[in-house]
Design a protein around this ligand. Structure first.
Ligand code: SAH
Length: 401
């Protein structure tokens, strides 16, 4: 069996990160004299060795990508239907443990790529319906095996193959979207005792952002009797949790009209007594207008899209986070709470903290950090791969002393 693998050999010294548990090989780490990338079959199963020929693991290759190989196993296994089924069963068993006593079952991220030792695969589960994103050539080529494995392990009624993520272009893959089975237009997603109606056909990401679930639960806890601003609200995640927790009013802000319609509907569904206002437009502008109009809120939450997507965007992105955090914190009522999130993997938690302290010092406030949250546990972080940890959510009090 091992003989049927093509080989990829690393240069001397380049095996260290992989020995420490990381799963990626970068193209400049390959000994291209011994194993020219141009001669490797794209997507095929590959044995990765160090410069002496010691086996490091088994990977699929994308010879034209910067990340030219991603390990899926340390053992000599092919990435076929049986192997995928095994990994999916493990991913499922973890979620069943995590959500054993929760009413949010079975609504969760079922597969978090490398966090579940399945590079290139993201699966979100909405009861009997799945949304799948394939981001590597290796995984894309195994669509049929994956489909069979998903039916074996999860038996979904429908699968939305949402291959519209821009990451695919780095692997030379086309963007497309296919529905298999009766994919519902809208779905009801339970979360923290709330119910969210989300549009699958017109939604964002995979339809719902499961990653903020634990952080939104905290919003619910703090919201009784409070006025809340939920900026970058999408379908109302933070604001609806606030409503459910007894908020007196929620203002939703987003650039998307559809998102705001969903947010309004979801607040009405879960907290009909909470006053609701929606503000459409660029959040930077919206927040400025609120500030200039003298509006203040007991709780402000910001949850923007990633401002730092590539390393070279770091400086500009950090500056945008700083501006946004300053604007948003200026809307917090004295003694109120500030929820600030970032889903940029390349922004460190410490840097987000520095955005809040910078804003507070400009506003003459003393911020105290009450909570540092991350992506929910159904998005497990591979401890050797910082790339799998991306979301942070800080909650601070903003007071004058
Ligand atoms: N807080 C949400 C998720 C936010 S996703 C939740 O808990 O589910 C980011 C949102 O920001 C999207 O809804 C997107 O429409 C919105 N958005 C992106 N750029 C924006 C901008 N410049 N101004 C306002 N909203 C923006």
């Amino acid at each position: 069996m091992p003989d049927s693998f093509q080989k990829l050999r690393l240069k001397r010294g380049e095996e260290r990160r992989i020995r420490a548990g990381h799963l990626w090989v970068f193209s400049n780490e390959v000994d291209v004299k011994a194993t020219p990338l141009t001669e490797l079959a794209p997507g095929a199963d590959t044995e990765v060795t160090d410069f002496k020929g010691n086996v490091l693991g088994y990977a699929t290759v994308s010879p034209n990508s910067l990340i030219c190989a991603r390990l899926y196993s340390r053992e000599a296994r092919h990435l076929d239907e049986d192997f995928l089924a095994l990994r999916l069963a493990k991913a499922l068993a973890l979620r069943e443990r995590l959500f054993a006593s929760a009413s949010d079952q079975p609504f969760y991220r079922l597969v978090h790529a490398e966090g579940d030792m399945l590079p290139g695969l993201v699966v979100d589960r909405f009861g009997d319906h799945l949304t799948v994103q394939l981001t590597t050539l290796g995984m894309d080529m195994r669509t049929e095996a994956l489909r069979a494995a998903l039916h074996k392990i999860v038996q979904p009624r429908s699968i939305l193959w949402d291959n519209t993520v821009s990451l695919r272009s780095l692997e030379g893959l086309a963007l497309d979207r296919q529905e298999e089975g009766p994919c519902p237009d809208t779905l009801d997603v339970p979360e923290n005792g709330c119910c969210f109606t989300v549009s699958m056909s017109e939604g964002q990401k995979t339809g719902w952002y499961y990653d903020q679930r634990p952080n939104r639960a905290l919003m619910q806890r703090f919201a009784r009797g409070k006025s809340v601003l939920d900026a970058f609200c999408y379908a109302g995640g933070f604001g609806v949790n606030a409503g459910r927790g007894g908020a007196s009013s929620v203002v939703f802000a987003d650039a998307s009209k559809r998102a705001l319609a969903m947010a309004r509907h979801n607040l009405q569904l879960n907290a009909p007594d909470t006053a609701c206002e929606t503000l459409e437009g660029d959040a930077f502008e919206t927040l400025k207008q609120l500030r200039d109009a003298g509006r203040r809120f007991d709780i402000v939450s910001i949850d923007p899209p990633a401002f730092i997507k590539r390393r070279k965007d770091h400086k500009e992105g950090l500056a945008a986070y700083r501006r946004l955090n300053l604007l948003a914190m200026s809307l917090v009522q004295e003694g109120g709470l500030f929820f600030t999130s970032s889903c940029s993997q390349l922004l460190q938690t410490e840097e987000l903290r520095s955005c809040t302290s910078h804003a507070a010092s400009r506003l003459g406030l003393h911020p105290r950090l009450l909570y540092t949250g991350f992506q929910g546990q159904d998005h497990p972080v591979h401890c050797a791969m910082p790339e799998t940890a991306y979301l942070k959510c800080l909650v601070c009090t903003c007071e004058k002393f």
